[in-house]
Ligand binder design. Structure first.
Ligand code: SF4
Ligand code: MG
Length: 336
């Protein structure tokens, strides 16, 4: 069946200008540079990569908070970059976002009840009395109590504030929720609770999630499929099980090797990925990962690898994906 969200060739380029009246274009930042993926109803696609890889920009493009330079975004088959007016408002209701920072994203002057009810008011759903009733239901759904409705965000812990943000997103019954690093700002002990809540709500309401994360540890517990991004492009995408069991791209392998071992005795053997992420302005020619890749050959410096299907059906963009040493050995001694 048709995917809920279908993104093809998505790009966001920013001109970089210099000079007294910024008349001279000195470069182009390729924040997102030809990204394609789809999200099915009820599933979670995780977009993973280091900061600056373009994952948040991709999320903002999908939500139409910024305009793409190229590409199409279809929601149930309709091109979201072309619709306007009432149809656009209706689509906006169906795509909601949960932000990374529950401290910064809630208005401190609104009560919890008004915070949660605000999207319903914006979209003209129900009257004041029915919204109050809906707020009660939502508080209970996210594990908060009805007396919390008249309190203010600063009276809550980080995890509780994220529950408020989730209730707010769900108030208008979306089909797709973009979760922009929803647990990155929370204590590790709270992260699992919020992840479990998101999974529970997904099952109950058939929600699809586009789940943004900077490492693979959280994704392991939440994703059905995973897309790994590097410098504005997807370098590997597939079912979580295939991608975790048989990672093909050296960058995915490095991200996997960076997940802390559950046994503290065995931590510290694996070094995180060395080197800095190059600038998305004038990215390296050929394979964009070649400046950090321990397997780079001459060909990698001139020829950009395309995403291609691997034996198990997931896709990777590496010239040598089939002939790399077995995963798990390559980064065990650290990458520098
Ligand atoms: Fe490394 Fe070359 Fe593969 Fe790029 S194409 S990931 S540089 S081996
Ligand atoms: Mg971000």
């Amino acid at each position: 069946s048709e995917p809920l969200l279908d993104v093809t060739g998505l790009a966001k380029h920013y001109p970089v200008r210099e000079g007294l009246i910024l008349a001279k274009q000195v470069g182009t930042v390729r924040a997102v540079d030809g990204v394609s993926f789809s999200v099915k109803r009820g599933e979670t696609l995780a977009l993973v990569g280091e900061s600056g890889c373009g994952k948040s920009t991709t999320a903002r493009l999908v939500l139409r908070l910024i305009e793409p330079s190229a590409g199409t975004i279809r929601f149930e088959g309709a091109d979201v970059t072309r619709i306007t007016g009432a149809a656009q408002r209706a689509m906006r209701r169906r795509m909601q976002i949960v932000f990374q920072d529950p401290y910064a994203s809630l208005n401190p002057r609104l009560t919890v009840a008004d915070t949660i009810a605000e999207p319903m008011a914006v979209h003209g759903i129900g009257d004041a009395a029915s919204r109050r009733k809906r707020v009660e239901e939502l508080l209970s759904l996210v594990g908060l109590r009805s007396f919390h409705a008249q309190r203010y965000p600063h009276e809550f812990s980080g995890g509780q504030r994220q529950r408020i943000g989730i209730a707010r997103a769900l108030s208008v019954q979306p089909d797709l929720v973009v979760c922009d690093e929803p647990v990155s700002a929370l204590d590790v002990s709270i992260q699992a609770q919020v992840v479990n809540l998101l999974k529970d709500l997904q099952r109950r309401f058939g929600l699809a999630y586009l789940f943004i994360a900077h490492d693979l540890a959280v994704v392991k517990h939440v994703a059905d499929r995973v897309a790994v991004m590097y410098l504005g492009q997807i370098v590997e995408i597939g079912n979580k099980a295939d991608l975790f069991a048989n990672p093909r791209h050296p960058y995915t392998r490095a991200l996997l090797a960076a997940i802390p071992h559950p046994d503290p005795q065995r931590r510290g053997q694996v070094k995180p990925l060395g080197g800095d992420v190059p600038s998305p302005m004038n990215p390296p020619p050929g394979c964009r990962f070649h400046t950090r890749c321990p397997f780079a050959q001459d060909r990698c410096r001139s020829e950009a690898p395309a995403l291609r299907p691997m034996a198990d059906g997931h896709e990777a963009a590496c010239h040598f994906a089939e002939t790399l040493p077995p995963a798990g050995l390559d980064f065990a001694g650290g990458l520098s």
